[in-house]
Write a protein that binds this ligand. Structure first.
Ligand SMILES: *Cc1c(COP(=O)(O)O)cnc(C)c1O
Length: 497
């Protein structure tokens, strides 16, 4: 049955197709597109045990992207998940001491955003053809570190597209910056912004809502689109690995059919964990989705008190992709919490805009508690977790994964339930060599230059460098371009004019 999409804030629930929603990214009213119903899976869970990642992707995505033909979808999936991943499983599940780690970092930028961003450009160009659009696609992305590089890698040299990435100058690691500055491609552009991630993201959002500016772009034959995790073309590819992980556990006979599992998810913009929520609503037996935050624990407080309040200090932590005070995708969860009420959702978002805070009712909080649990790990707990996992299992985990791992450990200790735990492992330890090295050698690697830390880490953990690290070491970075937030529009026009 066909599924249509409407904005979380539109009381008329005006419908568009999946391909139109992918092209538009954000709705013109500032809301996020949601499906008019959440489809149930139409295959038995046991079938997952024998499916490849690509097969699961096809089975799951066809339920959401109903205006794509099976052929189109298959071609997009084949183009996205192949030799560009360094593990044929795409998202392998490994066991370390008490929990399973779902490794989402085997793509070209060694972080989980590859999973969606290797697929999105293919979905988007297919969507443009389907809608007979002759405009070129302009992708604008605000990044807290990983999205930028992953989006550039996905869109590099894709015909009829250009991608411009804005990152907070002070909020990404030197390696993350170097990864972006060494990206090849005639259609990729990157700028550092004076300000933190929320500032960069708010500015990109404002550009999307600026109708006059959009018209200017249209006159230059460009259509604006977003590769941020607000795009349904980013969100739904992430639903896939929740099903795939379950299938892997069935195949390894670690589960009886239908047995519930928990997922601990290192959370920033709330895209990853929201995909898990969709998986659950589609019929995957998930007991708890554990929302794991770092020291920027606005989400932990929200789940525990019902109050979302971004008026608080912002910390730059060792897990920068989670240094976020406004989690965009939470709007979709609020929409479901209000029983799909766009007026109420818009009202909460209005309060957030005006006061930086809102409160949900105790009844809504009770509904949340059925699906979610939340906790956070501060910097020292994160570092200790990296050390602990290395000591006990000789496995190096990155700081984002460590946050989820630490929070999962506390969840298990609290005996909330004793179902199998899957920790979503979102980045390779090679992406954050100083932090990982400091933790496992119990020393201050802060003074060590990044590239030295990388080499030392490699020697200690004995895993060969992924190819993206080799490229990083071999390629010369382009010159850094810095902008004030109010110079972003001019920079865009200069590129496409
Ligand atoms: C983006 C990112 C996250 C957070 O995911 P969200 O979907 O933004 O919640 C966690 N870890 C890493 C390594 C990331 O890149």
């Amino acid at each position: 049955m066909a599924i249509f999409y409407h904005s979380t804030r539109d009381v008329n629930k005006k419908k568009i197709t999946a391909s139109q929603a992918i092209l538009q990214g954000l709705s013109p009213d500032g809301g996020l597109y949601v499906p008019d119903r959440i489809p149930a899976i139409d295959f038995p869970l046991t079938a997952l045990a024998n499916m490849s990642y690509q097969e699961v992707a096809f089975k799951v995505l066809r339920l959401f992207l109903t205006d794509f033909s099976e052929n189109e979808l298959q071609e997009c999936i084949n183009a996205a998940y192949g030799k560009n991943f360094d593990d044929p499983a795409i998202a392998p599940l490994v066991f370390h001491e008490g929990a399973f780690y779902l490794e989402l970092f085997h793509g070209p930028t060694i972080a989980f955003k590859d999973i969606a961003l290797q697929l999105l450009p293919h979905l988007m160009t297919t969507a443009a053809q389907k809608n007979h659009s002759h405009k070129k696609i302009l992708i604008l992305t605000a990044t807290s570190g990983d999205t930028g590089k992953a989006a550039m890698a996905g869109f590099a040299n894709v015909p009829n597209t250009k991608i411009i990435v804005f990152y907070p100058q002070a909020g990404v690691s030197p390696i993350q910056e170097r990864q972006m500055l060494t990206q090849k491609g005639t259609n990729t552009y990157v700028f550092g912004i004076n300000g933190n991630f929320d500032r960069a993201q708010t500015n990109v959002k404002n550009i999307f809502n600026d109708q006059a500016f959009k018209q200017q772009l249209a006159n230059l034959n460009y259509q604006l689109s977003s590769a941020n995790s607000i795009n349904i073309g980013r969100l739904f590819p992430q639903v896939v690995y929740y099903f795939y992980a379950y299938g892997q556990l069935l195949a390894k006979r670690q589960l009886t059919n239908g047995q519930p599992v928990n997922f601990s998810v290192p959370t920033g913009n709330f895209g990853d964990i929201l995909a898990g929520y969709y998986a659950k609503k589609m019929g995957l037996p998930i007991k708890h989705l554990i929302c794991a935050s770092n020291k920027n624990k606005v989400l932990t407080d929200f789940f525990q008190t019902g109050i979302y309040d971004k008026n608080r200090p912002f910390y730059v932590t060792s897990s920068p992709s989670m240094d976020i005070l406004v989690s965009s995708n939470l709007e979709r969860l609020l929409f479901y919490l209000t029983d799909s009420d766009p007026a109420m959702t818009a009202d909460l978002m209005q309060q957030l805009q005006q006061h930086g805070a809102y409160r949900i009712s105790p009844a809504m909080q009770a509904i949340l508690a059925k699906d979610f649990s939340a906790d956070y790990a501060d910097e020292s707990a994160t570092s200790q977790e990296i050390a602990y996992v290395f000591e006990t299992c000789q496995a190096a985990i990155d700081p984002h994964t460590a946050v989820a791992s630490q929070v999962a450990r506390r969840f298990a200790a609290a005996s909330i339930n004793d179902q199998p735990m899957i920790i979503v492992s979102t980045a390779s330890p090679f992406k954050f060599p100083k932090v990982v090295l400091s933790a496992i050698t119990d020393s201050k690697a802060d003074q060590v230059p990044d590239l030295t830390a990388l080499q030392q880490l490699q020697q200690i953990i004995g895993i060969p460098y992924p190819s993206t690290i080799k490229q990083l070491l071999e390629n010369q970075p382009q010159k850094r371009h810095l902008l004030e937030p109010n110079q972003m529009q001019a920079a865009i026009l200069k590129i496409i004019a």
